[in-house]
Write a protein that binds this ligand. Structure first.
Ligand code: 13P
Ligand code: SF4
Length: 311
């Protein structure tokens, strides 16, 4: 028997025994998406975490996602295959530095992109994801001054489509800021029958070229509905697994990076997850996400506000 098939069987067995649910993000390896009970974007995953009746949540994604699941479900055990699965955006906004920044804008409310630490969420009025950022920002009166953190590219994009002038924290995702505009234009010229689609964490010059901008779920839905047969995709490569599965007759080309020698479309944090680590984590029920009650109580308020608005 193929060792991978055996591992998948054992993971499924452990999952049943322990009444655990596996939640995977679209950016992890295809085989980890396929083994999940739910696979989705950050909003879908937070909603799935809020609804699960399982006793244990295994989060196959990155740390801030597992933290969010824990904050929503303080009484449940939340484990993840690799504690080192961080996020360049979450790391760009250390809580102490952000507190100093926030203090400069006493009249501003804080909208925090979910790609942030729990500590940052405790300093926020509301959380958003790429799927609902526009709706969340527009839930504030037009004259309410806002800070948006930590992604300046998503913040810039939301400013441009809402006409707001939110103050932006200077953070970015290492995967989404490495695309080459010149190479994208060259590639689109080589494939005039293709459409270019991009995640809003990309920089403005890339977004200007896009036929469609959206969260990973939105990009996936777009390619399913479109009459086009070919797409150049500016987001993490894991989403291509679902796109190819949903549309086997269509062609998906990863958007080109400035550095053509690297696997830059792979998020090195997401890719820390693998089947072996998932098995070990489920078997030993660790590493586990732990947070103080104080952090959980404070961080839950802005997350619940988001979930209420996004029902
Ligand atoms: P979404 O899941 O909202 O599309 O965001 C992508 C991302 O960068 C998650 O880390
Ligand atoms: Fe963070 Fe970017 Fe990786 Fe998403 S793709 S987890 S934003 S580093």
């Amino acid at each position: 028997i193929n060792p991978k098939v055996k591992l998948v069987d054992e993971i499924n067995q452990l999952k049943k025994e322990k009444n655990a649910v596996i939640l995977s993000h679209f950016y992890v390896e295809g085989e980890l998406q396929d083994i999940a009970d739910y696979v989705g974007d950050s909003l879908g995953l937070a909603q799935a975490a809020a609804q699960t009746e399982a006793e244990m949540i295994v989060f196959v994604g990155v740390h801030f996602m597992a933290e969010t699941a824990k904050i929503i479900n303080p009484s449940k055990k939340v484990i993840l295959p690799d504690l080192k699965a961080s996020c360049s955006l979450a790391e760009s906004a250390p809580a102490d530095k952000f507190a100093e920044f926030k203090a400069k804008y006493p009249e501003h409310k804080v909208v925090t992109y979910i790609n942030a630490t729990a500590a940052l969420k405790t300093m926020s009025d509301i959380v958003c994801t790429s799927a609902n950022a526009k709706q969340i920002v527009e839930s504030f009166p037009k004259d309410q001054k806002l800070i948006f953190a930590p992604d300046k590219n998503l913040g810039n994009y939301i400013n441009s489509i809402t006409g707001r002038e939110m103050v932006l924290w200077d953070g970015a995702c290492m995967v989404h800021e490495q695309y080459s505009v010149e190479k994208i234009i060259e590639l689109m010229n080589e494939h005039p029958d293709a459409e270019f689609i991009a995640h809003p964490e990309c920089e403005k010059p890339v977004l200007i070229l896009a036929n469609h901008i959206g969260s990973t779920t939105s990009l996936l839905k777009y390619v399913q509905k479109s009459d086009k047969k070919k797409f150049v995709v500016a987001t993490e490569s894991g989403i291509l697994h679902q796109m190819t599965k949903a549309c086997p007759d269509k062609i998906f080309i990863p958007a080109p990076s400035a550095d053509s020698t690297c696997a830059c479309n792979d998020c090195s944090y997401m890719k820390l997850n693998n089947l072996q680590k998932l098995y070990i984590c489920l078997k030993h029920e660790q590493p586990e996400v732990t947070l103080s009650n104080e952090i959980i109580e404070k961080a839950r308020i802005p997350i619940q506000r988001m979930l209420e608005i996004s029902k």
